[in-house]
Design a protein around this ligand. Structure first.
Ligand code: DAH
Length: 366
């Protein structure tokens, strides 16, 4: 018996070696047939057991069955190794290189207003401002009253407001519903819904009943608001000077602040930047002229109180920027009305590539 056992051990390791060396599924199948098939070697040994006596046959049968199981298992094992290798090879071969550049076949362009807003967000984003939004349909209170523009205030007349039919619900303070005339009401929403410190900008659409080469009934503003315990006028000036230098790409751009009046700021100022006037055109930078670029000021304590913020503890500054004005100056667009005429030739000329997103590291308009 010992002799027969040794023969089986030799056969086992011979077959297992062959199985593990098989290079493909065909070779493996051939091996299976030659060992376990009808005329296979193990099958043959099983048939030979007929000549043994009962005890010997039982022992031999167990050995052969164990061998059969081992070989079948080795074949299954090898099969999954080969299948995995085949899959890996296929995955390597059929790999999709998603890093390939997109073919520039679409002619879509980014509108200069969207581009300018993205640039403004990139600059203030770098300074730690978050973007806030608010509704374009407002109530009297958010658009005017809370901003220290009471019902009989002359500033209301200057706003050429589009009023909507119907009254507001009593919960929102009653009064008329309107299309917001500036982005400043989002200051109010933000102060009502979050606690200081606040540092937000609000890009968005605004509406006034006005139409000529420099006015459109729908236009865009970016509001800014900072509220905390320590921010003062020096921060306002530094922040807005840095902004103008970054947006116009002029490092030593001259800037000055002129005293002005807005009901929601105290003191209020208008900011002018240096320019040269050539014919009707402006060139931003050193020159003998000044150009008004935005309105700003320290948030009026009355506004803070209207929004439930303790004005003995908190203070801050606000500003409002006209997006069309910045875009016209920066990109040499002479007539504001053309922004909203949807002329594709105009857009192809003044538009921007959708793949070049403004950022402080990548460049504002690469
Ligand atoms: N809301 C003003 C307007 O539409 C612009 C403005 C001026 C906003 C000064 C401000 C500010 O936040 O401080 O004319």
């Amino acid at each position: 018996m010992g002799n027969l056992g040794e023969t089986l051990d030799a056969l086992r390791s011979e077959l297992i070696d062959a199985v593990n060396a098989a290079e493909g599924l065909d070779a493996l199948e051939q091996l299976r047939v030659s060992a376990l098939g009808k005329k296979g070697r193990i099958t043959h040994l099983m048939k030979e057991m007929g000549g043994l006596d009962a005890d010997a046959r039982k022992a031999r049968g167990q050995d052969l069955n164990a061998l059969k199981t081992d070989i079948a298992a080795a074949i299954e094992n090898r099969k999954s190794t080969l299948a995995q290798a085949a899959l890996d090879a296929r995955l390597m071969e059929e790999r999709l290189d998603v890093s390939l550049p997109v073919r520039p076949e679409s002619e879509g362009r980014i509108h200069p207003i969207s581009q300018t807003i993205e640039e403004i967000i990139a600059i203030f984003g770098e300074m730690g401002f978050a973007v806030a939004e608010g509704p374009e349909i407002e109530d009297d209170w958010h658009n005017f009253t809370a901003l220290n523009i009471p019902p009989d205030h002359p500033a209301r007349q200057e706003h050429d407001t589009f009023y909507l039919p119907g009254e507001n619900s009593r919960e929102s303070g009653g009064g008329r519903t309107l299309l917001r005339t500036h982005t400043s009401p989002v200051q109010v929403h933000t102060m009502q819904s979050s606690k200081p410190p606040l540092r937000i900008i609000v890009p968005g659409r605004t509406y006034r009943c006005d139409y000529d080469a420099t006015h459109s009934p729908m236009f865009h503003q970016v509001e800014g608001l900072v509220v905390d315990e320590a921010t003062h006028m020096g921060h306002l000036k530094g922040c807005l000077i840095d902004f103008c230098r970054a947006i116009f790409g002029v490092e030593d751009l001259p800037a000055k602040f002129r005293a002005s009046y807005f009901p929601f700021t105290e003191p209020s100022a208008e900011m002018d930047i240096g320019c040269t006037r050539e014919g009707g055109e402006f060139r931003i930078g050193h020159g003998d002229d000044w150009l008004e670029i935005l309105g700003c000021g320290m948030v009026n304590p009355k506004v803070l109180e209207n929004c439930g913020i303790d004005s003995t503890k908190y203070q801050g500054f606000a500003f409002g920027i006209g997006v069309e004005r910045i875009a016209m100056l920066k990109y040499g667009i002479p007539d504001l009305r053309t922004f909203f005429e949807s002329d594709l030739r105009w857009l192809r000329h003044y538009g921007f590539s959708p793949l070049q997103i403004p950022s402080m590291v990548g460049g504002l308009n690469p």
